[in-house]
Design a protein around this ligand. Structure first.
Ligand SMILES: [Zn+2]
Length: 181
């Protein structure tokens, strides 16, 4: 069914053609224009017919309208009320710069960077047969080891998140905010 491929286009063409046909009829057929005016006048007369309407009916109709307006205004204003700590998205931990974002489930997109060259750090978590697991943060650009912590990389990330969370709760994070603020 090829006609169904462009329903919007066919509707548009139909509307334009309909308008053209109506204009031609109004222009060429005698009496068509006054008739149309009369039809519109009667329709308007019907719509603006005055009937006694109790006030409570207006009040009843106003409730959903007010509710919609209140919800719309609330939805519009909500993004402005982001928590103050949302500007805290960078800090120094374990000899590295950590940056992150806030989502509905808390901190995400956590990544570490080199304090000297701003390169994104890579990690290696050694899984030695004996002894604890170790995670090393390495800057490939500076060819140096930035830090070494116990546990795997997931544990290190969780540790950083816990520390960020602690600094937010205690208000310590304010010291790490950019100086421009
Ligand atoms: Zn570096």
């Amino acid at each position: 069914m090829p006609k169904e491929k462009h329903p919007i286009l066919y509707n548009l063409i139909g509307t334009v053609l309909g308008g053209l046909v109506l204009s031609c009829v109004l222009y060429f057929v005698p009496g068509a224009y006054p008739l149309l005016v009369r039809v519109i006048k009667s329709a308007w007369g019907f719509l603006s017919w005055r009937i006694p309407t109790p006030l409570w009916l207006f009040a009843l109709l106003a409730i959903p309208t007010i509710a919609i307006v209140v919800i719309a205004v609330a939805a519009f204003l909500t993004p402005a009320h982001v928590p103050e700590f949302y500007s805290y998205t960078e800090d120094r931990l374990f000899n590295a710069i950590w940056r992150w974002q806030y989502g509905s489930s808390g901190i995400w997109d956590l990544a570490s960077f080199c304090q000297s060259c701003e390169s994104r750090l890579v990690y290696s978590d050694s899984r030695a047969l004996y002894g604890p697991k170790l995670t090393k943060l390495i800057c490939e650009h500076c060819s140096r080891e930035i830090s070494e912590t116990e546990g795997d990389y997931d544990y290190l990330e969780a540790r950083v998140k816990r520390e960020i969370d602690r600094r937010i709760r205690t208000g310590e994070y304010e010291r790490s905010l950019p100086a421009s603020k």
